[in-house]
Write a protein that binds this ligand. Structure first.
Ligand code: ASP
Ligand code: MG
Length: 463
């Protein structure tokens, strides 16, 4: 059970967490927590401040973090345990302060130090949550994730060393689980084989949960967040958006790729590899059924969700001398060098059509290629995308899509590399209307009592 930052952000949130963990008492849960909402960003900023000569601001900011945890400890933890927790938190905060002093002296924050710095957020939250659980009568034990999640030394975005991690996770957690204890770990943090602190990249607590779930062959991984699940579309675009009950891992990956703010599916890979279902659940509405993400799709082809990616630029690269593979690779190299990821493309003899998510780098790319190609682009386009297993193989889906938007200027139908997407380009101003029409078509309203009973409609964004 992984609880994100907003699911541990204050006393009410942690009390809800306790209730949720108690409701899973019979299935040997393991709890993974993020830093309290906002803390990782604050730590990052404190590091920047300290290393750029604003030590006072940095210390004040970590002081605020300390007070926030301290107050929570005070309201959630009883007297005797409070003393021990407080001593630990104080020692951690002293270590954090001395790190800031070092960063001031160094005048910079390298990724190695940044990993130590950011890791404090999860160290604090996991100790606090463990004590809060104990106080509520749950037999909980704190486990330092750095002692069992082993990674390479790619600071800032480390990758697990699987064998060692699996071994250590099992060695640390199995005995606790067998003795009826609930292990509580900070997400996101890890260390190299020799014990140097690392992190799994921003948002890495989901990854921690999946790694642990896989190592323990858990029956499920639960990602507790503050929305009811993954939605059929962005509720800001279409108020009829609803929770997707079930989807495949690949669909979730396509959704993320096409701009939906769902959890990063790559982080669920370890669970998917072991065929462990992942549930996205709302800690503010624990009764909801959430979204179930499965390694393999088990249903007939259907449109699962509709996404829209705004601020897309449609780029045309004219090649007056015609296409050859060397030329094509220099075109892609130019986009690559300017860190301008290319979305979808089509080629013909004298032209390459590309979509890019941001036009910022295009002038420099055009200048660089001017000897061999003419680069033109149009801004303010949006890519509307329908996602669902095998929908490209269903010709009637495409014809329904284009029927629905036939009176709009639909520019390019994009050939995704998979069978799971159908996408097209519209003017940004037409995004809402096209998404709403498609949503009405593929997700017609149903009587709540029949299909969607039990789900409190979640007109808020999946994220
Ligand atoms: N606290 C870390 C972050 O903000 C990791 C996480 O929350 O998943 O990125
Ligand atoms: Mg997250």
């Amino acid at each position: 059970m992984k609880f994100g930052g907003t699911s541990v952000e204050d006393e009410a949130a942690i009390r809800r967490l306790i209730g949720i963990v108690q409701s899973r008492g019979d299935v040997q849960p393991v709890v993974v927590v993020s830093a309290l909402a906002g803390v990782t960003d604050q730590l990052l900023e404190a590091g920047r401040a300290a290393s750029s000569g604003r030590l006072g601001a940095a210390l004040a900011s970590v002081r605020d973090i300390y007070v926030r945890h301290e107050r929570l400890a005070d309201s959630l933890v009883g007297d005797s345990a409070y003393g021990t927790l407080d001593r630990e938190l104080r020692a951690d905060f002293r270590a954090l302060e001395s790190l800031l002093l070092q960063l001031e002296a160094a005048g910079k924050v390298d990724l190695k130090c940044q990993d130590i710095l950011l890791g404090f957020g999860e160290v604090f939250s996991s100790k606090l949550v463990k004590e809060a659980l104990c106080e509520a009568g749950v037999k909980a034990a704190h486990v330092d994730a750095r002692s069992c999640i082993v990674t390479d030394a790619k600071h800032g975005q480390a990758s697990p060393v699987w064998d060692l991690t699996n071994e250590r996770v099992q060695a640390a957690l199995d005995p606790l689980l067998q003795s009826g204890c609930v292990p509580v770990l900070g997400g996101f943090i890890a260390s190299t084989e020799t014990g140097v602190a690392t992190t799994l990249g921003r948002g890495g607590s989901d990854f921690t949960a999946a790694i642990i779930g896989a190592a323990l062959q858990a029956s499920r991984v639960e990602i507790w967040t503050d929305v009811d699940g993954v939605m059929t579309t962005d509720p800001k675009l279409c108020s009829d958006a609803r929770v997707i009950r079930k989807m495949s891992f690949d669909e979730a990956a396509e959704l993320a790729h096409f701009g939906a703010k769902v959890l990063h599916p790559a982080t669920l890979a370890p669970a998917m590899r072991e065929d462990i279902p992942v549930y996205v659940l709302n800690s503010r509405n624990p009764e909801g059924s959430g979204t179930e993400i499965l390694a393999h799709s088990d249903s007939a082809p259907r449109v699962r969700a509709i996404t829209a990616k705004r601020n897309v630029a449609a780029v045309e690269v004219e090649l007056p001398r015609g296409m050859d593979s060397e030329l094509l690779s220099s075109v892609f190299a130019a986009f690559d060098q300017h860190s301008c990821p290319v979305d979808v493309m089509a080629t013909s003899q004298h032209r390459v059509s590309l979509l890019v998510a941001s036009p910022a780098a295009l002038p420099s790319i055009a200048a660089e290629l001017k000897e061999v190609a003419e680069v033109k682009w149009e801004n303010h386009k949006a890519l509307v995308c329908l996602v669902g297993e095998n929908i490209r193989r269903q010709s009637e889906v495409a014809s329904r899509v284009f029927g629905a938007v036939s009176d709009m200027e639909v520019r390019v139908m994009c050939q995704g590399a998979s069978d799971r997407t159908i996408s097209f380009l519209v003017e940004e101003s037409k995004v809402e209307e096209s998404v709403q029409r498609l949503h009405r078509l593929f997700f017609p309203k149903v009587e709540p009592a029949r299909d969607w009973g039990g789900i409190q409609s979640a007109y808020c964004q999946a994220g």
